[in-house]
Ligand binder design. Structure first.
Ligand SMILES: [Zn+2]
Ligand SMILES: [Zn+2]
Length: 370
């Protein structure tokens, strides 16, 4: 029996434990992937920190989702990737990590990204197919999962953010309706916010404005195409920040503002920054139970929309890979994964990634090599 290492999570404040787990025989329509790089995503930090109540299985949880790897075992019926290109063991792939159910109202209406059943509750390592998360030697891509061959010119460190941060951002801006010549405010210059700046420029945005409180992150946002940055520590009044956005957008306010911060307190300010008729894109605040006070008349009188996005449709992944091939020398994508650790040092990787409550951080994305 083949086994592989996995980092098992037992709850906030408790260390991950490295366990050997047995790899199941691959089903005819499934693919076993040997993970080469797994990133610590902002949402992983929320779980680790305990920002939201979580019900964990008794035998713990293998989590993590932002990753890339190579085909280790192909199910007998899998001959190609999701674009029909021949696939063999050893090929580098980018892949989805969620599974729309195909049997619900959203799925029936061809909106798989809105399927309420696409992500399951945390599953323990005892649950088939055991390798249910990125922080492990293997990932079991279940039947129905999408996978795509990776162009040779893209190194793993560029590809590992593709199936979460980058695809999430591309799909979010698509759903929010960003158009050629549009203007956009990005709240939060973490992994998602920085990539959103570059994607918005590639989509033809005229003005990209990024807001954060950590100078190093704002510097990185400018390196990724931001036209303007606003430091919360320098412009301390909300009214002044809103006025700056008006000034940068010809007086109108931005077509789109987005929450990539993950704390709902930023939402009312972002709504103020949106122009009349514009759209607020909510992606960052995934913690259930986190609340904020809103003035609905602001939406009514401003004819504004709020769009929530969780996950993306699988067509985004090959477009994200193309985006990277097209722009890999235009923006410094190699700075996105700033630190790598062996899987055994996962506790250190999480502790080093923690930014909440800190003045400075040097880490943009920590990656684990299982
Ligand atoms: Zn993620
Ligand atoms: Zn469904």
């Amino acid at each position: 029996m083949i086994t592989g290492k996995a980092a098992v999570f037992f709850g906030p404040g408790k260390p991950f434990e490295i366990r050997q787990i047995s790899l199941p025989e691959v089903e005819p329509d499934a693919v076993v992937i040997r993970v080469s790089l797994a990133n610590v995503c902002g949402s992983d930090l929320h779980f680790w920190r305990g920002d939201a109540a979580l019900k964990l299985p008794a035998d713990g949880w293998i989590f993590g989702h932002e990753m890339t790897g190579r085909v280790a075992h192909l199910g007998s019926r899998v001959k190609t990737d999701s674009l029909g290109r021949p696939l063999k063991e050893g090929d580098r792939v980018a892949y989805t990590y969620f599974y729309p159910c195909g049997r619900c109202y959203a799925c029936l209406n061809k909106e798989p990204a809105s399927c309420p059943a696409k992500i399951e509750r945390p599953r323990g390592p005892g649950d088939f197919p055991h390798f249910n998360g990125a922080f492990a030697e293997y990932y079991y891509l279940r039947p129905g999962g999408h996978l795509f061959k990776v162009p040779d010119e893209l190194p793993d460190a560029l590809v590992s953010p593709v199936n979460c941060a980058l695809s999430q951002v591309i799909y979010g801006l698509h759903q929010a309706g960003l158009r050629f010549g549009g203007t956009i405010v990005i709240q939060g210059a973490g992994g998602l916010g920085i990539q959103a700046a570059a994607v918005a420029k590639d989509m033809g945005a005229a003005e990209v404005i990024v807001i954060d409180q950590i100078p190093g992150r704002l510097e990185l946002a400018r390196a990724f195409g931001a036209d303007h940055t606003i430091n919360l520590k320098e412009v301390t009044e909300r009214r002044d920040r809103v006025n700056l956005v008006r000034q940068y957008t010809g007086g109108a306010g931005a077509d789109i503002a987005c929450d990539f911060v993950g704390f709902p307190q930023v939402i009312p300010e972002g709504l103020d920054m949106v122009r009349s008729g514009g759209t607020y894109l909510e992606i960052g605040t995934i913690s259930r139970g986190a609340k904020v006070e809103l003035e609905p008349a602001q939406l009514v009188w401003g004819a504004k929309k709020i769009v929530g996005v969780i996950m993306y449709d699988a067509w985004v992944i090959p477009r994200a890979l193309d985006f990277l091939v097209r722009n890999r020398t235009r923006w410094p994508f190699d700075r996105l994964v700033s630190h790598t650790y062996p899987l055994e040092r996962i506790n250190e990787a999480f502790a080093d990634s923690e930014w909440h409550g800190r003045e400075t951080t040097t880490i943009t994305r920590a990656a684990l090599v299982p």
